[in-house]
Ligand binder design. Structure first.
Ligand code: HEC
Length: 108
């Protein structure tokens, strides 16, 4: 029984991202904050997480990552990922990057 519930949850989670009536492929409609975030992301994150996919770093577009974790990781770094201080990525830019990654994942 428990296994059935788990499977149902996984199924719901898998179907949750496709919005009915909207094309799944094609350009993503980013919000203004998401677009600003994309620009900042391309400047500082893209080289290791290309387009949100895995590169030197892991993929960021296929799992739910809480905003505080993205901010913490960006500010403090981890392993091969360098830390970015406010001089390299401003507070609002980091917020925009979090928005961008959320919209990227939801569109995928
Ligand atoms: C020089 C390469 C590099 C750059 C630039 C970089 N990262 Fe990373 N990132 C990594 C690596 C490597 C890891 C895996 C670290 C580990 O777990 O040891 C990682 C991990 C992460 C994780 C954790 C993912 C997970 O699945 O737990 C997040 C979130 C993240 N990066 C966000 C960012 C953001 C946002 C930026 C831009 C501000 C950025 N990264 C820039 C290399 C990079």
């Amino acid at each position: 029984m428990r296994r059935v519930v788990v499977a149902a949850c996984l199924l719901l989670a898998a179907c949750g991202s496709a919005r009915r009536g909207e094309p799944i492929v094609g350009p993503i409609a980013f919000s203004p904050a998401g677009l600003r975030g994309e620009r900042a992301y391309m400047r500082v994150c893209h080289q290791c997480h290309p387009g949100g996919e895995a590169g030197l770093g892991p993929s960021l577009n296929d799992k739910w990552l809480p905003g505080f974790l993205i901010r913490f990781q960006a500010r403090h770094g981890l392993g091969a990922m360098p830390a970015f201080d406010a001089g390299r990525v401003g507070g609002r830019e980091l917020d925009d990057i979090v928005t961008y990654l959320g919209e990227l994942r939801r569109a995928g």
